[in-house]
Design a protein around this ligand. Structure first.
Ligand code: SAM
Length: 227
């Protein structure tokens, strides 16, 4: 998918996005945010923040910066979370997840919820997410991945040619995703109705000064070093 196509799809989705993709996949958003240690003062980056539908799930004492390429989606997030009422929502910026304008090692956690199968180049997005994370920080991806069930897979494959119009790739494969990004997840769990979506937890190698087991006390397994 090209960026122009993504923008055009989400320009169309913006007014109805929360109605269609709200509650139905909220469990995945909450579960991903629950993985974050959310220490007071932590600064979290959410890439593809969209209409800001997840922003209310973060603790008020952590700062959140959101980025997205769709001005129409962001406009809704800004309206719902004005700085005057939500000072912890630091900035909602128009920016490409594949080319983040933040220095290396900036954030205490980086999230991509329902974005990996939308972004034109998931490898570049993940490389950027690892780069801007502090050592030891969790990097979380929630997404639908192509089903291992034959019947569902057939439906996904059928819809795959419509990806540009749908605004996501229904046949997005977990195996290919992990292979291309060359990183090993710390854990993978099923979320949302029927376990049809996955929460994939990565961690940037290195210590965050919170002890050897990473920022939320979970064991750190290797990633292949995207820093
Ligand atoms: C399915 S929506 C997910 C929105 C939100 N994360 C949620 O939980 O509902 C995908 C979002 O990713 C954004 N997006 C797609 N490609 C992007 C890119 N390269 N950089 C930043 N945002 C991107 C789209 O504009 C859209 O808002």
């Amino acid at each position: 998918m090209e960026l122009a196509r993504v923008k055009s799809a989400y320009r169309r989705y913006a007014p109805i996005y929360n109605f269609i993709f709200g509650r139905i996949v909220n469990e995945g958003r909450r579960r991903a945010i629950d993985v974050l240690p959310q220490r007071p003062g932590d600064h979290i980056l959410e890439v593809g923040v969209g209409t800001g539908i997840s922003l209310g799930f973060y603790d008020k004492h952590v700062d959140v910066t959101g980025i997205d390429v769709s001005p129409e989606m962001l406009e809704r997030a800004r309206k719902r979370y004005p700085k005057s009422r939500y000072p912890n929502i630091r900035e909602l910026i128009e920016m490409d997840a594949q080319d983040l304008k933040f220095p290396d090692n900036t954030f205490d956690g980086v999230m991509a919820m329902y974005v990996a199968s939308v972004v034109p180049d998931p490898k570049e997005m993940m490389r950027e997410m690892f780069r801007v994370s502090k050592p030891g920080a969790p990097i979380l991806v929630v997404n639908h991945f192509a089903s291992s069930r034959k019947a569902l897979r057939m439906v996904e494959d059928r819809f795959a040619p419509l990806s540009n119009r749908l605004g996501f790739r229904p046949d997005f494969s977990m195996e290919k995703f992990l292979e291309t990004i060359d990183a090993t997840p710390e854990s993978i769990s099923s979320v949302n109705i029927g376990g049809y979506w996955k929460l994939v937890v990565f961690r940037k190698p290195g210590s965050n000064g919170q002890g050897p087991s990473g920022s939320n006390g979970k064991a750190v397994t290797g990633t292949n070093g995207h820093a």
